[in-house]
Each structure stands twice: as C-alpha cells, then as structure tokens.
Design a protein around this ligand. Structure first.
Ligand SMILES: [Zn+2]
Length: 257
C-alpha cells in the first residue's frame, strides 16, 4: 500500500507528505496554524470556491469549480451514490469537483454553497482520475473518499468536531471517525447489495494512511485507517446499528486510540 501511495503522490511530491497531509493525497498551500485535516473553514473554502463568480482563487489565479467530471455516465452513477450517502448519513452537502493541480485531494467544509444546507464537499479532479485508473472497483474507491468527506459533513452538522478533537494534538480522531462512518456506509450498502465490494473502502483508506504520528495533520496510520473502516462496516453490516448508535459507537472507538 505504501507503493500505491507513492504512485499516487509521484516522487517529486513525496517531500510534501511530511509537511501537510489532507484526507487524500498531498496538500494544499495552507498554513500549518490553520491546518485542520481535510476540513476547510469558510474562508479556506472561499479561497477555492468564490460563489459570486462561481470560481475559486488559488495559486495560479482564478480556476473554475467543475460541476461535472466530463463523463456523463460516471456523473449519473455518482449522483446515485451521493443520494445514498445522503440517505444513510442524513446530510445533504453540495458537491463539486475542483482542479487539484497542486496535489491530489478532496475536502469537506461546513461553509454552505450550491444552496445545500449541510456544507460542501470538493473532490479534486486529478484525484478522481487517479482513483478511476485503479483496477479494483475504482468507482467504489471514489465512493469511499466521498463517504469519508460526508462523514466530516455529519461531524459538522452535529457539532462533533470539538468533542472529537478535545485534548488532541493531531486530527487523527476526527479523521478516523470519518473513516468509521465511511465504513458504516459500506456496511449498510452491503446489506442492500450482497456483492458490494466493501473491502475496497478499507484498501482505499489504507492507501491514504500516513506514519507521521506526531504531526498535527496525522490522519492515522494505514492500518488504523483500514481498521476504522472495518469497525464502521461491522457496526452497519454485522451489528445493524442505526445511525445514531453508529455515530456514538464510532466516537467511543476513536477515543480508545
Ligand atoms: Zn478527512
């Protein structure tokens, strides 16, 4: 999995890994002081997504948010997936692609855009292409990243971030709780569709783990990320927990780490 991560990052970007590590892939040029995992503040989101002009300001200038991937069949399938995520996790964020030319990534923000009440998920178009180039159910790998970001949206909506981060020097608990919720979604999905390849969720998040355990942006080691997916999956699939129960079970799970 380390090898896969190296492939995702590309050799020239590896040095950035230690400096910043958002949810997936390498980082944006944000200050360490402002760093909050793959969670963006209102101001940070605005730097990506300027509602007035439907553009974002970043690095090289004004670059457009991309509402469609360019593949109509994929966008249709993804819309169905996002609707399922909304039904399972009870959140309705806006969703858009953006040009992650500076590093593969996806973000969640509590800032409201696109007339959706529960924040915004931004998915890097390069990360999308890289995941879709995978050979093991690439669409499900994309879903895993989306589910993780929707997990953050749930955390925002329910005010869980301060509780998850209390006394913590890294963002690990919030990140692994989002992984737990992603795994929960995979479990619920597998109850509906018995051949759903839920293991792809664990493999995907494993590939985005990091070993910078004392860095503020530490998201969990590869094994911790995969284990959080599995724990959430069990809560949904084996234990059949309702959402409210799964949320608290997930908090208890990460609090023991
Ligand atoms: Zn995250």
């Amino acid at each position: 999995m380390i090898a896969r991560r190296e492939v995702i990052l590309g050799g020239s970007l590896t040095l950035l890994w230690a400096a910043m590590h958002p949810c997936a892939g390498t980082a944006q040029a944000r200050s360490r002081a402002a760093y909050r995992g793959c969670i963006l503040t209102e101001a940070e989101l605005s730097s990506y997504y300027d509602t007035k002009a439907e553009m974002r300001m970043y690095m090289t200038g004004r670059e457009p948010i991309i509402h469609k991937s360019g593949n109509a069949a994929f966008d249709y399938a993804l819309a169905q997936t996002l609707a399922r995520l909304t039904a399972t996790l009870q959140v309705l964020p806006g969703f858009a692609y953006y040009d992650d030319h500076d590093g593969l990534n996806a973000f969640a923000s509590d800032a409201v855009r696109m007339q959706k009440a529960d924040g915004t998920v931004l998915f890097g178009s390069r990360l999308l292409r890289r995941l879709m180039a995978g050979d093991d159910h690439p669409d499900v790998a994309v879903t895993a990243v989306c589910a993780h970001e929707y997990g953050h949206i749930l955390q925002f909506k329910r005010g869980l971030i301060p509780r998850l981060q209390a006394g913590q020097t890294t963002v690990k608990r919030a990140e692994l709780h989002a992984d737990f919720l992603a795994g929960y979604y995979a479990g619920r999905r597998k109850l509906e569709k018995r051949d759903y390849p839920a293991a792809v969720f664990a493999a995907t998040q494993h590939s985005f783990g990091d070993n910078q355990v004392s860095h503020p942006s530490h998201h969990g080691t590869p094994d911790e990320r995969a284990a959080a997916i599995v724990a959430g999956f069990k809560a949904g699939y084996e234990q059949g927990r309702p959402l409210e129960d799964a949320i608290t079970t997930g908090i208890a799970y990460v609090s023991r780490l």
